[in-house]
Design a protein around this ligand. Structure first.
Ligand code: HEC
Ligand code: HEC
Length: 294
């Protein structure tokens, strides 16, 4: 009698433990041939549970207790979809892309920088892949091509002409303002249209000076930044903007411009966006926005 009670207790304990903790027992191979041991996954899980789970959730669904009320919700890792990889939107990012995000955080969001050792970063990045096994598991899975950032054809010496060209690309060639907003008055927009398309602009979208919420593949619609006010999450320099424009923002309306615009146009528009970002919290910003209304 006593013995069977003990047996039951042990069973209950074993079930409890195995329910609350799925210990990895086998090594895995992830996309791009990344080999991970069961120990590394278990270590990654411990670290995740301590640091990341409050936001990203026990199940990796982004529904952690600390996620409530965040205007930019934590990533749902079960989708196996990421915004800020250094690959064309929709492709799987490289481990290095995740390390960079962990190291720098994402400006203006609850995703802060993390001071992790190389081994810790490796382990936790491998662990978050286990939330989306159909995307990551298997030696046959491919990572996106790394987007190379070559030499800026304008450089500091030709910054002003880059900004001027970028303004034309932004407003007429690519029409970034259809989601973001326009930063030139009607008359100037019409002049640029005349120069680029040989035809002035005669009709103006009444919404062109507002940012517009866009649908996304995540659980919410996402807001394009107003560059003179909002934080750009993944880029602070012209090079980083060039990279982001080539990559796009995965799973959002912000598509990759690689191959859509010419390379020097992407550089020019990166300079232009940077010039708008530089206006943030400056006295000139107010005057700049006033002048657009004229
Ligand atoms: C305080 C909340 C919070 C904590 C804690 C947190 N994150 Fe995040 N994380 C976020 C938010 C919010 C985003 C989404 C940002 C966005 O969509 O722009 C995010 C996004 C991410 C992304 C997605 C990047 C992409 O390109 O889509 C990764 C990867 C990530 N976090 C990893 C981690 C890891 C690993 C930890 C623990 C070391 C962690 N996070 C801890 C809030 C948090
Ligand atoms: C179809 C709508 C759309 C168009 C067109 C568009 N964007 Fe975006 N853009 C977005 C959205 C939505 C986001 C926010 C994505 C997110 O973080 O959820 C965004 C984000 C960005 C970011 C911030 C990336 C970061 O790291 O936070 C930059 C820079 C940017 N866009 C530049 C541009 C430029 C330059 C153009 C034109 C060449 C352009 N966008 C055209 C919708 C658009």
């Amino acid at each position: 009698m006593k013995g069977s009670n003990l047996f039951l207790t042990v069973c209950a304990l074993v079930t409890l433990v195995s329910c609350s903790e799925t210990h990895f027992k086998e090594d895995k191979i992830f996309a791009g041939g990344v080999y991970v041991t069961a120990k590394q996954l278990n270590d990654g899980k411990s670290l995740y549970t301590e640091y990341c789970m409050p936001c990203h959730g026990v199940k990796g669904d982004g529904l952690g207790v600390a996620a409530k009320g965040l205007s930019v919700p934590p990533r749902n890792f079960k989708l196996g979809q990421y915004k800020f990889g250094k690959v064309v939107s929709g492709e799987l990012p490289h481990d290095q892309d995740f390390y960079d995000i962990l190291k720098k955080g994402l400006n203006g969001t609850a995703m802060l920088p993390w001071d992790l050792t190389e081994q810790q970063a490796f382990n936790v990045v491998q662990y978050i892949k286990t939330f989306a096994p159909e995307k990551w598991e298997g030696a046959d899975k491919k990572l996106g091509d790394v987007i190379a950032v070559g030499k800026d054809p304008y450089g500091a010496a030709h910054k002003e002409s880059a900004i001027q060209r970028g303004k034309e690309v932004y407003h007429v060639v690519a029409q970034c303002w259809t989601c973001h907003r326009a930063y030139v008055p009607h008359a100037e927009l019409s002049q640029i249209a005349q120069k680029i398309n040989n035809a002035p602009m005669t009709e103006f979208d009444p919404d062109m000076y507002h940012v517009k919420l866009q649908p996304s593949d995540y659980d919410i619609a996402t807001m394009p930044p107003e560059f003179t006010y909002d934080q750009v999450r993944s880029a602070a320099t012209v090079e980083e903007l060039y990279l982001r424009l080539n990559a796009g923002v995965g799973g959002t309306a912000m598509a990759s411009w690689k191959g859509v615009l010419q390379d020097d146009e992407i550089w020019a528009v990166a300079h232009y966006v940077k010039s708008l970002m530089d206006m943030k919290r400056t006295p000139e910003r107010k005057q700049f926005l006033e002048n657009i209304k004229k």
